[in-house]
Design a protein. Sequence first.
Length: 394
Amino acid sequence: MNNRQLFLSHLAQTTDFPLLIEIEKAEGVYMYGPKGEKYMDLISGIGVSNVGHRHPKVVKAIQDQLDKYMHLMVYGEYVQSPQAQLAKALVSTLPERLDNVYLVNSGSEAVEGALKLAKRYTGRREIISCVNAYHGSSHGALSVGGNEIFKRGYRPLLPGITNVPFGEMEALEQITEETAAFIIETVQGEGGIRVASKEFFQALRHKCDETGTLLILDEIQAGFGRTGKFWAFEHYGIEPDILVCAKGMGGGMPIGAFIAAQPVMAVFKNNPLLGHITTFGGHPVSSAASLATIQVLKEEKLIEQVAAKAELFKKLLKHDKIKGIRNKGLMMAVEFESFEVLKPIIDRAIELGIITDWFLFCEDSMRIAPPLTITEEEIQKACMVILQAIEENS
Ligand code: PMP
């Protein structure tokens, strides 16, 4: 059996429409198939490869760490330089108050940790989340998700969760002295790139302060420069109580974190109640990769270039069949009439060497989230091919 047959026979399938492209090597914004096929990656493995595939400085950091040690001990016991240095680099990007980092392996795990922490710290049980939110696939993260179809097969989920409309002021009336946390994506990703107003986020922050509710911002997709600021919350002039991140954090290696002020995080330390434990969280190789990723984002001034690159996409992607473009920086959704119109366009673009896809909860829109390293010429090429794919399907 070839790899494609093995993939279909022996790997658990997660979708009716896997992209089914075989990749042998990836570098920068490009991926290469076994027969030398060349693809430009416009989705970055869903917002992961912000510094491009196999950035040389990330690869070097990984190799250097491999020469020292891999796993030593469960998280939080030994002093490991990559974890300590990464924590320092992370807090240096954040408001002073957010000075305690808990390293985990993935986005879902970061969300689990954040929800548990909010319950422990406040002693409350109720959590509010948004319609069309995606916070992950584990039971807790799924419970605060905002898509009924995804949740339906797994009830009973966590009790005490209320789903409110994303970005609507009236939703804030649901926050009370009983609410442990309000969890929200700073920019909704899988809902199809939905952006809320600055006024909404400021009112949300205010209501959380008023009621003693912790504000959990999920920047798993929006963080690490994707929206044109290091953290998307910087656009709104607010701060979270707990920040969750992953994806772009490891430059292609698995790692995530939930981050809070020390007095909040301290409740996990108190015995006899179990706090939060992870064997592989903050793996030293992933931590080294993450530290290098933060350095690359800064040294190459990638975040400063995001707004102009996003504008170029928007300027070039003009066609009768495009209903509109929603974006915050290089987190973009190009809207079409329906999935039926969009699917053959994506298939054709892939044949022509440009990889895009759609969103979990928004199937009429094309995802554009390239590595932030993409050049102007590459954006022009990508848009030309997308327009050609649209034309050929008109
Ligand atoms: N939150 C958001 C906003 C996400 O986009 C995702 C992943 N798509 C997650 C949480 C879950 O992350 P992971 O797949 O690493 O568990």
